[in-house]
Design a binder for this molecule. Structure first.
Ligand code: HEC
Ligand code: HEC
Ligand code: HEC
Length: 467
């Protein structure tokens, strides 16, 4: 029985090992695509590479597999590959024809696999040696990614040489309705929003503590220990959705949650509105800024959301580097950044180094086994929202701006220092054991991400600056 299976397998592998492109007579020459629109010379080359070497697994429904798809083992292997590959990157016709732009997340993921030389997968290459990416092709793909990034609005203030980087500088100013921001700031710090008048949003998201409570898990009214770590409120507008599991679609939807959550502020919106209406300052502010609706849950959360959108922390040393001040970073910090680009930036990219996508905690190793302890509901992550098995232990990638200030780390607050968090990340996400020097460099780089609020470095901000 075993022997038979082996023979079948060898047979299949034998057939499969004829390079597929040769079987199809496509060697190097794929069918021409119609109208590559407004694209760079690099893109014209890149789209050919993608169509020759990547679509078989990354364009479900468009594979050129049927030739051996009837062989049961090959068929199963391919189906699994296509399923897993599509969960990470779908190359649609719109994308490779140039009709649609690749998103920053797609660019970051492609850059990650090219820098690590990890696509197409090794097993597949052992059968389709022609599909290996040549060094020249890798350079072309990387150059194209830089072209694409340099066109993003995000990249505009970066120096010419650094417009193609996976991280972009935060804007120095944000254009927002100043009056709504001021109103939102007051509400954010007001304990009237909690059931027993003891907590404000700032109790768990102190602007002096990097936008967090610097605690393992949050403490709600009556001293209740919450199930999860408080994320920062700084730079939250770069999040695709809010909360670790992304259950709130935006800041407006998010702000309604904690007030009524019995484990957090434990209040009732109707009573909160009644109490706020008795404050003359709020009466006048809402009358002038929200003349139509007045003081309601919607307008309160709207003002808070405006305030949160103003919580940008620009001008970190790293941003100054991105804007062209090359000597502001030390050698160690620069080495750390280089390592970050190959090891971390496929997930932590964009102006806030995160917030753009959902990723599994433990891609390469089982984080939860390494951590120990029993699994909590919070550990299930995005699965709690979608009930899709693929989303189990998947979390929104946290932003890494001001990260030196927001220990302890992870949704469960399990990492007490930044070095520990980085070590765990390298291990569970990349299967990489960092040397002591690599770890030092990465931490040194991450510390260059601390920015300013109200014109002051976050680590030096005091209560007086918030008035
Ligand atoms: C034999 C099928 C196969 C081929 C061919 C293939 N891939 Fe993949 N790809 C996968 C699978 C399976 C995954 C998901 C698991 C993993 O990351 O290893 C994946 C994941 C990816 C990811 C996501 C990485 C991340 O951040 O998780 C990218 C990007 C990617 N592939 C790009 C490419 C590119 C570019 C090519 C062509 C040069 C290519 N792939 C060719 C199977 C394939
Ligand atoms: C008792 C502590 C506590 C209070 C009070 C509190 N929060 Fe939170 N906040 C948390 C915790 C814990 C989370 C993460 C919850 C989760 O993801 O399930 C969170 C998440 C958030 C997020 C999402 C950030 C991200 O990266 O996803 C924002 C924004 C936020 N809170 C704003 C507020 C605002 C506005 C208020 C006041 C109306 C408030 N919080 C009150 C503890 C608190
Ligand atoms: C596959 C995607 C992925 C890669 C690669 C990755 N991360 Fe993460 N990172 C995440 C996710 C998801 C979380 C949240 C996990 C959790 O809390 O359970 C996270 C959390 C973190 C945190 C804690 C943030 C906080 O506020 O608690 C730090 C620090 C961090 N990552 C740094 C890094 C570094 C440094 C690297 C490279 C060595 C890296 N990450 C690689 C996805 C990734």
């Amino acid at each position: 029985m075993m022997k038979n299976k082996l023979v079948v397998l060898l047979l299949v592998v034998g057939i499969v090992s004829l390079p597929l492109s040769n079987l199809l007579g496509l060697s190097g020459e794929n069918e021409p695509i119609n109208g590559v629109e407004g694209s760079s010379a690099n893109f014209i080359k890149v789209t050919k590479i993608l169509q020759n070497k990547c679509v078989d697994c990354h364009s479900p429904g468009m594979t050129r597999m049927p030739i051996y798809a009837d062989f049961p083992i090959a068929k199963q292997l391919m189906a699994k590959d296509i399923e897993n590959a599509s969960a990470r990157l779908i190359l649609t016709k719109e994308l490779y024809s140039g009709a649609e732009k690749f998103s920053p997340v797609q660019l970051a993921r492609i850059e990650g696999v090219v820098l690590n030389n990890s696509m197409p997968p090794a097993l597949y290459l052992s059968m389709h040696w022609n599909d290996r990416l040549e060094a020249e092709e890798q350079r072309t793909i990387l150059a194209w990614i830089k072209d694409e990034r340099s066109q993003l609005t995000w990249s505009q203030s970066a120096s010419q040489a650094l417009k193609g980087e996976p991280i972009q500088p935060l804007p120095l100013t944000v254009a927002l309705d100043g009056k709504k921001v001021v109103l939102g700031q007051k509400l954010f710090h007001d304990t009237l929003l909690s059931g027993d008048g003891t907590l404000s949003c700032a109790s768990c998201h102190s602007l002096l503590k990097g936008g967090t409570d610097q605690a393992k898990v949050a403490t709600g009214i009556n001293g209740q220990q919450g199930p999860i770590n408080s994320p920062t409120v700084y730079n939250v507008m770069y999040n695709v959705a809010q909360f670790w599991d992304g259950r709130a679609k935006d800041l407006h939807a998010q702000a309604a949650g904690p007030v009524a959550n019995p484990g957090e502020m434990g209040a009732n919106w109707e009573l909160v509105i009644e109490k706020l209406k008795q404050v003359p300052e709020y009466q006048t502010a809402f009358e002038s800024l929200y003349a139509q609706q007045g003081l309601t849950m919607d307008t309160v959360t709207d003002a808070i959301a405006y305030f949160e959108e103003s919580l940008v922390t620009p001008n970190s040393r790293f941003d100054q580097y991105l804007r062209g001040n090359d000597s502001i970073l030390t050698g160690n910090e620069k080495s750390g950044y280089e390592l970050f680009k190959t090891t971390c930036a496929s997930c932590h990219s964009g102006p806030a180094l995160g917030g753009l996508s959902f990723e599994k905690m433990g891609v390469k190793q089982n984080y939860f086994m390494l951590r120990g302890g029993s699994l909590t509901d919070a550990d299930q992550g995005r699965f709690n929202v979608t009930k899709d098995e693929k989303d189990r232990h998947v979390f929104k990638v946290p932003v890494l701006r001001n990260i030196e200030m927001t220990a302890p780390y992870f949704h469960d607050g399990s990492a007490s220092s930044l070095a520990e968090a980085v070590k765990v990340m390298a291990k569970v996400q990349r299967n990489k054991t960092l040397t002591a020097d690599e770890l030092d460099d990465l931490v040194a780089f991450l510390k260059t991400l601390t920015g300013e609020y109200k014109g002051k470095l976050l680590t030096q901000l005091t209560q007086d600056d918030l008035k």
